[in-house]
Design a protein around this ligand. Structure first.
Ligand SMILES: *Cc1c(COP(=O)(O)O)cnc(C)c1O
Length: 451
């Protein structure tokens, strides 16, 4: 029968098994770190999985549980310290299941009003936390890359209203994220970078970059400050950079994909002075707001500007866009969208903001404690004093090859995932701490393994 895949209840037994699997995964304490396998190994063990007749749900689930899932690294493992990890709360993971089961279209108010209302409360909370005025708003998009692109498209669209340009440019720092370059490529514009002082973009750096852009015949339209650089977790001098942006009549965008969550910690709020000047900002719940992949909160001071830039028009859409309703999709480069802000909403509604403040603060405190331990060990050297929850350090005398071998051994042993990195051509490694279950004693054990 052609409706065999859709009849409610037809898969009751399988439903139980899938939900049991999800429950078991959430009960693992911790989930095994696991490790990647080669294509040859997976081909041998999993074989051809897409067939005309299907494998049957139980076999497919078994394949996933026994072969495929162990070949994926558990990003929420407490000793996954590479890149920027993720550590979803149980409440947020649970609600991701609900979102999946609920078939909600999150692009328009008409179709998703209840869910959009909840998402918008989270965006309003974030806007308020950053000192943006009432009326600010935006949308949860897939990730920071798309958030940055969408904000910059809105910024340029807005600049076009008042001036023309032979060649548009965005001003950013040498420590800003690679996604800005990716956005510039898509937009066919230039990125002009200014220098940092101790990893921080300052008023002087922003001025220097603007002058150099103007001297090259470019027309800057936006300045980007980073609230928590990816490599070092340093917050730019947002007050200084924002001031320069305003002085030149440029859009001020704050890229806080990783680090803007740190503003929730009362003891670290002061680091973000100047974020209230932002015309737009992003922060990724899947990085440091303890939500599952994937979500980026994109907020505009004046959402109407974003709508003018992003609203799609078509005969089939006018019934949605001509209502005057708040349609999330009109604020970014997207149309159909999952209500990917709901897992964060549910978790925040469940636990309250105070627990988030404590969890974020505990990550920063742990990073500073382990940095002190690193500084005290004669075979290690801090590359820079940490500010938020990223600690970058060197093992004296090690080459890139030594770091890689040590890193591979750590992963093979199932204890930790810490990859080599580098700064100014010198190899190093880093701990990015966003998981409240990461233990000081485990970090010490990792340092011991480098002796
Ligand atoms: C991670 C990151 C991004 C990109 O975010 P994705 O969600 O990975 O697309 C942008 N900016 C900064 C500062 C980041 O750390």
């Amino acid at each position: 029968m052609s409706d065999a895949m859709h009849r409610p209840g037809a898969l009751n037994k399988l439903r139980g098994k899938v939900i049991d699997y999800a429950t078991e995964r959430m009960n693992l304490d911790p989930a095994p770190l696991d490790s990647p396998r080669t294509l040859e190994e997976l081909t041998k063990e999993a074989g051809q999985t897409i067939t005309e007749q299907g494998l049957g749900g139980e076999r497919a689930l078994e394949l996933f549980a026994e072969v495929l899932a162990p070949a994926t690294i558990s990003i929420d493992h407490p000793n996954y310290l590479s890149f920027i990890p993720a550590a979803p709360t149980e409440a947020s993971s649970l609600f991701d299941l609900v979102v999946s089961a609920s078939s909600i279209y999150g692009g328009s108010w008409k179709e998703g009003a209840g869910a959009v209302y909840a998402e918008n409360q989270v965006l309003e909370f974030l806007a308020k936390e950053c000192g943006l005025p009432a009326g600010s708003g935006g949308v949860f998009v897939q990730g920071g890359t798309l958030g940055n692109l969408s904000a910059l498209v809105a910024a340029r669209e807005s600049a076009k209203q008042s001036r023309g340009a032979k060649r548009w440019a965005v001003i950013a720092s040498v420590e800003s994220h690679s996604s800005l370059k990716a956005a510039a490529k898509v937009m066919d514009i230039e990125i002009v970078t200014g220098p940092c002082v101790d990893g921080r973009f300052t008023e002087a750096g922003a001025r220097e970059a603007i002058s150099s852009a103007l001297a090259s015949g470019l027309t800057p339209f936006a300045v980007v400050g980073t609230a928590g650089t990816t490599n070092f977790g340093i917050v730019d001098d947002l007050a200084g950079v924002g001031k320069v942006a305003k002085e030149f009549g440029l859009w001020f965008h704050v890229d806080g994909a990783y680090g803007l969550a740190g503003i929730l910690s009362p003891n670290h709020r002061h680091l973000y002075r100047g974020v209230e000047l932002a015309d737009s900002f992003i922060v990724d719940p899947h990085k440091w707001l303890f939500a599952p992949f994937d979500a980026c909160a994109l907020v505009y001071r004046n959402p109407a500007i974003a709508r003018a830039a992003h609203t799609q028009h078509g005969d089939y859409l006018d019934t949605l866009t001509e209502t005057g309703d708040f349609n999330p999709s009109d604020h970014a480069f997207n149309l159909t969208r999952r209500v990917r802000g709901l897992p964060l909403w549910f978790s925040m509604a469940t636990h309250g903001v105070e627990l988030y403040r404590k969890a974020v603060a505990s990550n920063i405190d742990l990073a500073h404690e382990i940095a002190n331990e690193i500084a005290a060990r004669d075979y290690l050297q801090l590359v820079r004093k940490p500010e938020l929850s990223v600690v970058v350090f060197e093992r004296k005398g090690w080459s890139k090859v030594d770091y890689q071998k040590w890193s591979d051994d750590l992963l093979d042993s199932g204890f930790a995932f810490v990859v080599p990195s580098s700064h100014e051509g010198k190899p190093n490694t880093r701990f990015a701490i966003v998981n409240p279950t990461t233990k000081y004693s485990d970090l010490v054990q990792i340092l011991d393994s480098m002796r």
